[in-house]
Design a protein around this ligand. Structure first.
Ligand SMILES: Cc1ncc(COP(=O)(O)O)c(C=O)c1O
Length: 480
């Protein structure tokens, strides 16, 4: 590493990135390349001699950028957002600079200690119960993704239950969740050895914006108990992926408690909104949870990846995930005077992710972050009003946060309840390169999802997106 070379090249890269952000609206939001496009453009083998940075920049511009879908574009409305910001970007840079592998406290005390402090700050912003703080029996950790968070929670829960019922009862352990729960739970169960038939996805209630009802979950548990099964895990969601439904946390928490089950809350997307007083009630019931997760990398200006997991009792995670090989032994760990996050996660190695979250919190401050969330929710409300004002469309589920689920109403002659009509509308919008939105299916209805949350999105982008959808819909309706 030549420091002067880094300075020179680093400045050029920062210029490149700044120019990229300045011109981001000139690129098609959804990449328009065809599968396999890059193989045709790059050589079959690695270069034997070094190339110049200039040549590399040329290739990035000509060959890589066309294959990038621009998640940071202000016209990005698909899935859920994945925010970047100046603070988050700088934090990533610094993390790359130190490039530590912070599995144990001694491998970089600052990484572990900053993570503990920042997760405690965040727990206080969300008004999580004090048991989730590092000063009590719990604490927070940064995982890579919500998928890893639910997996480690599930492993801790599984082992807690097996200790109680005996190792041979694995085949009897049952997980309960709504059928709107993110597929990461299903994957976690596959990894954790939970029998596939024991993953009970209870049908959500279409009259409750697709939240699950406590009655349906209780009934499913009662049926399982009659067959000699052991209920051990409930996963509730605050802000489901399809329609941002909020499951009834207090009631599900009570059910979990009554059956000595682990209660996990997945607030991957909507957790961010709960730093605002007016949305915090969606977390009521978190007092009953054993673990709570939200992704700062979705809607909190923190560059991917940064998934925050808090547990009420860290000892369960550590009992499931701790290993202690000779080559990692050290005085601080042996004396139990420090946290070794390797024992709270799947991999050994870990990045210095807390830097970027710390920088986001410090360089924006909580009040600005609250305004940021509120602004996106206002923009979603604005889009919702535009949809409501056009009688050819309908808003399909009530909007809770910054996601609007809507569709073009099916024609009288429609054989598929508007599926093709709406698919074609989405396809036309996405292939125009002007916006990117995604879809879901609820109760058999094909629905368009308009998720506001990209950092650069302003009212003019929402309005232009709506105009585009209206124009495309008019063309489609004329030709049908
Ligand atoms: C509610 C919910 N949970 C979990 C996930 C999975 O997130 P990750 O990619 O961090 O595993 C998502 C992704 O959008 C989500 O919306």
């Amino acid at each position: 590493m030549d420091a002067e070379q880094l300075r020179e090249c680093g400045h050029r890269m920062v210029d490149f990135v700044a120019d990229y952000y300045k011109s981001i609206e000139t690129f098609p939001v959804l990449s328009q390349v065809q599968p396999g496009y890059l193989k045709k453009l790059l050589p079959d083998t690695a270069p034997s001699k070094p190339d110049t940075l200039e040549a590399l920049f040329d290739d990035i511009r000509e060959k890589i950028v066309p294959g990038v879908t621009h998640w940071q574009s202000p016209n990005y409305f698909a899935y859920y957002p994945s925010n970047s910001s100046t603070a988050g970007f700088l934090g990533e840079m610094l993390s790359a600079a130190f490039n530590i592998v912070g599995f144990s406290w001694i491998t970089s005390p600052a990484a572990t200690e900053l993570e503990i402090i920042v997760l405690d700050w965040f727990a206080k912003m969300l008004k999580l119960p004090s048991q989730f703080l590092s000063t009590a029996l719990g604490g927070g950790i940064i995982q890579g993704t919500a998928s890893e968070a639910v997996l480690v929670a599930l492993l801790a829960a599984r082992d807690r239950t097996l200790r109680k019922h005996g190792k041979t009862s694995l085949k009897k352990l049952v997980v309960y969740a709504s059928d709107q729960t993110h597929s990461s739970l299903q994957k976690a169960c596959q990894i954790a050895g939970i029998f596939q038939e024991n993953v009970r996805l209870v049908k959500a209630d279409c009259n409750k914006n697709y939240a699950v009802t406590p009655e349906a979950v209780s009934e499913a548990i009662a049926t399982g108990l009659l067959s000699g099964l052991i209920p051990f895990f409930i996963c509730a969601t605050v802000g489901t992926t399809s329609s941002s439904a909020v499951d009834p946390l207090p009631e599900l928490g009570q059910i979990a408690k009554a059956h000595d089950m682990w209660f996990h809350i997945d607030a991957a997307y909507a957790g961010s909104a709960c730093i605002c007083a007016e949305y915090r009630h969606h977390l009521n019931g978190v007092e009953e949870a054993d673990s709570f997760n939200m992704n700062a990398h979705k809607w909190f200006l923190t560059n991917f990846d940064c998934s925050l997991l808090w547990v009420k009792d860290r000892s369960y995670l550590i009992q499931s995930l701790s290993t202690n090989p000779e080559f990692l032994k050290n005085k601080a760990s042996q004396e139990n005077s420090v946290v070794d996050f390797k024992d709270w996660q799947i991999p050994l190695g870990r990045r210095f992710r807390s830097l970027k979250l710390w920088m986001v919190l410090r360089l924006y401050g909580v009040e600005n972050l609250q305004s940021y969330i509120r602004k996106h929710i206002e923009l979603a409300k604005y889009f919702e009003q535009l949809v409501i004002a056009d009688s050819r469309f309908e808003v399909v589920t009530p909007r809770t946060f910054s996601l609007v689920c809507f569709r073009l109403l099916p024609l009288a002659s429609d054989q598929d309840d508007g599926r093709n009509l709406n698919y074609d509308l989405m396809d036309a919008a996405n292939s125009s390169g002007k916006i990117f939105l995604s879809h879901t299916v609820l109760s058999g209805k094909f629905i368009l999802r308009f998720a506001v949350g990209a950092p650069l999105t302003e009212e003019q982008h929402v309005f232009a997106a709506w105009k585009l959808l209206q124009d495309l819909a008019s063309k489609q309706l004329e030709s049908s």
